[in-house]
Write a protein that binds this ligand. Structure first.
Ligand code: ZN
Length: 345
C-alpha cells in the first residue's frame, strides 16, 4: 500500500509587463498533506525586491552585543534572574545537566512550561551548536518531562521545542529550548494525534513508516537515513525548508533514549548547516510526544524562518495568517535534492 498524494492544478493568465504584456499562463498547484489534510499552495516565484536583502547573510553582530547586556540566560545572571521550580515536586529549584539549566518559563503556556538553556555561550550561529551541550539540554528536558508524568497523570501530550533567534518568535537571543506538557494539546499536536489515529484506520498501518517507505521508493522528498532517523521534506510543507525526522518507534517519551536523542541532534545539525548555506539564520523545531503512543511514531520537525536582521520580510503573510494556508514558491523536491549532499548522499 502507498500513501496517496493529492494535488489540484490551476492556471492564472495575465499580461506580463516583463514580457511586453504578452498573455502568459502561470501554473499553480495546491497540494493536500496526506497526514493532516492541510493544504499548501505553490505559486510562481514571488517578486524579489533588491531592497529586501533576502539572500544576504545578515550581520547581527551589533544586535547580539546589545542583547548580551542583562541577558538572564548568561551564567552570571542565573541565580537572580531565573524563575524557580517547586522544590517539593522537582527536588531542586533549578535542574542541571552539564552546562544546561532547566527552570519554569516565566511566561508559561501551561502548568509545566519550562525552559532549558543550551549552555553558557550567549550566541550560536545556526548549525554551530555544540552537539554535547545540545544533547544535555534535550536530555534534561526529557528527564523533566518524565518527572512531570510521575507527578501528574492528567498530562497526555508533551513537546520539546526551540525558537532560534527573534525572527522565530523568540524573545531571547541566548540559545534555549522550551518544554511543554499538557492535558490539553496545542492545536497542531491535537491534529497530529488525531491524524495518526485516522491514518491507522485508513491504511491499517502506522502512518510514518508507511510514508518513509513510500517516499524512499519515490525518491523525490526522501533525504537520508542517518543513524536510525529518516529525514525527509514534505509533500505539502507547512513552512519554508520544513524537514521532518522520523524514528521507527512509538512517539513516546520512552522512545527518546540517550542514543536516539544524540542521533536526532546529529541529523538536525546537518539540516541546520543546509539552512546556513541557504542564508537562513533562524528556525523553529519540535519533538512531539504522545501519552497514548499507539499508532504514532517518534518525530521531530524543523522549519526555517525569515532572517533575524534590522529589517527582514517575515515568511508569514496574510495567506498563512488570516487565510490559514501555507503558500510556497519553492519545491520540497528541490530541497531534498540539495539537502542530501549535507548527509553525504
Ligand atoms: Zn546570554
Amino acid at each position: 500500500m502507498e500513501i496517496e498524494f493529492v494535488r489540484y492544478e490551476m492556471t492564472a493568465r495575465l499580461g506580463d509587463p516583463r514580457r511586453d504584456f504578452a498573455l502568459t499562463d502561470f501554473p499553480l498547484e495546491i497540494r493536500v498533506c496526506p497526514l493532516h489534510g492541510r493544504r499548501t499552495r505553490f505559486t510562481p516565484v514571488r517578486i524579489k525586491g533588491a531592497n529586501l536583502h533576502e539572500d544576504d547573510w545578515p550581520d547581527v553582530e551589533a544586535a547580539v552585543r546589545e542583547s548580551r547586556v542583562g541577558c538572564p540566560f548568561c551564567p552570571e545572571a542565573h541565580e537572580r534572574a531565573l524563575s524557580t521550580l517547586d522544590e517539593s515536586r522537582f527536588g531542586a529549584r533549578l535542574l542541571r545537566r552539564g552546562q544546561s539549566v532547566l527552570f519554569p518559563n516565566l511566561a508559561p503556556y501551561g502548568p509545566y512550561s519550562a525552559v532549558a538553556i543550551l549552555g553558557d555561550e550567549h550566541y550560536t550561529e545556526v548549525g554551530a551548536f555544540d552537539p554535547a551541550r545540545y544533547l544535555d539540554a534535550f536530555l534534561l528536558s526529557r528527564d523533566y518531562l518524565r518527572r512531570v508524568n510521575e507527578i501528574d497523570e492528567t498530562v497526555r501530550y508533551a513537546a520539546i521545542t526551540q525558537n532560534h533567534l527573534p525572527a522565530s518568535g523568540g524573545t531571547i537571543v541566548h540559545p534555549h529550548l522550551q518544554v511543554q506538557a499538557d492535558a490539553y494539546p496545542p492545536g497542531f499536536v491535537a491534529e497530529l494525534a488525531r491524524a495518526q489515529a485516522d491514518a491507522f484506520a485508513r491504511y491499517g498501518r502506522t502512518f510514518w513508516p508507511l510514508l518513509v517507505e513510500t517516499e524512499r521508493a519515490r525518491g523525490e522528498r526522501f533525504v537520508a537515513e542517518h543513524r536510525g532517523w529518516c529525514w525527509l521534506t514534505m509533500w505539502a510543507p507547512q513552512g519554508y525548508h520544513e524537514v521532518w525526522g522520523v524514528y521507527d518507534a512509538p512517539g513516546a517519551l520512552d522512545s527518546f533514549t540517550d542514543a536516539t536523542a544524540e542521533a536526532m541532534i546529529d541529523g538536525l545539525l546537518h539540516v541546520q548547516r543546509w539552512y546556513r548555506a541557504r542564508r537562513r539564520n533562524s528556525f523553529n523545531l519540535a519533538v512531539y510526544f504522545f501519552g497514548d503512543a499507539a499508532h504514532t511514531s517518534l518525530t521531530c520537525r524543523i522549519v526555517a524562518r525569515g532572517n533575524w536582521a534590522a529589517f527582514a520580510r517575515s515568511d508569514r503573510s496574510f495567506f498563512e495568517i488570516v487565510l490559514g494556508e501555507q503558500v510556497m514558491d519553492q519545491w520540497p523536491e528541490d530541497w531534498a535534492r540539495e539537502l542530501r549532499s549535507y548527509f553525504g548522499r
